[in-house]
Design a protein around this ligand. Sequence first.
Ligand code: SAH
Length: 274
Amino acid sequence: MANLRIVLVEPQEAGNVGAVARAMKNFGFDDLVIAGNHPQLLPVAGWWASGADDLLERARFTPTLADAIADAHLTVATTSMRGRTNPADLTPHELANEFASLGDPQTLALVFGREDSGLPNEILDRIHVAVTIPTTTHASLNLAQAVLIALYELHLAAGDATRTLPGPRKEAPPATTADFERFFTEAHQALEAIQFFKTRYPEHIMRSIRTLTFRAAPDARELSLLRATALEVVRFLERTGRVERTLPDDVSPRPPRHLVPRRQPGTGSDDAED
Ligand code: SAH
């Protein structure tokens, strides 16, 4: 992942600086730079940091913004004044996607302005991209709250980029096109058997089931389970005389043994294992 640096230009409220440190710690970022004049930070910033004092202690101070961003690969300014800047405006969500696509060891500097006047035009003219948090016409957010929202989005995107989804519980081969088609045929038969199509268009329903199933990307084992449920619907209705026998007894392939509902001896009740 790329590094993220938060740059505060001339912050005026020590409490805001502390709250920024807290938000950074909440979302896993720790490179804080304060550019230009700033108030006495301690003790107020420490109170607002609420457990993120370590981050305040490691904060760096530079005389100007130029010093703070000299080694950054991408500099992004945040502003509530949408459209005032030349570069394309992004939302924090869009910025997060950009960030996720930047590789290590690139550094993205995210720049925030003064509480009373924001970032001056000279700065906005020089930066690569501007980010605006969508709001009502009451567009100016508290400095630390603006940082919080931006970092939340970046945190989500960084998590998505590094999070690995757990694999299937048991190793199973991928499902083939033929497996899918068998399931769709059997699902169609089952829905017909319960008269699901009486008031609905089979074509529309089956299209949705296809889309949903493909999106879920079941493996061969999971698809066998789905097929078993469809087959058992029809078998149940046949057994209980509610529909004419439509399925041949040797409908194949049968789902793997462990997926076939277990029959309690003597009771005839079903108890699926999965
Ligand atoms: N009166 C100033 C307020 C600045 S608030 C102005 O309107 O510019 C302090 C900083 O918080 C801003 O410089 C900007 O970095 C950030 N900020 C506030 N509201 C924002 C918004 N809607 N979108 C993006 N950043 C915002």
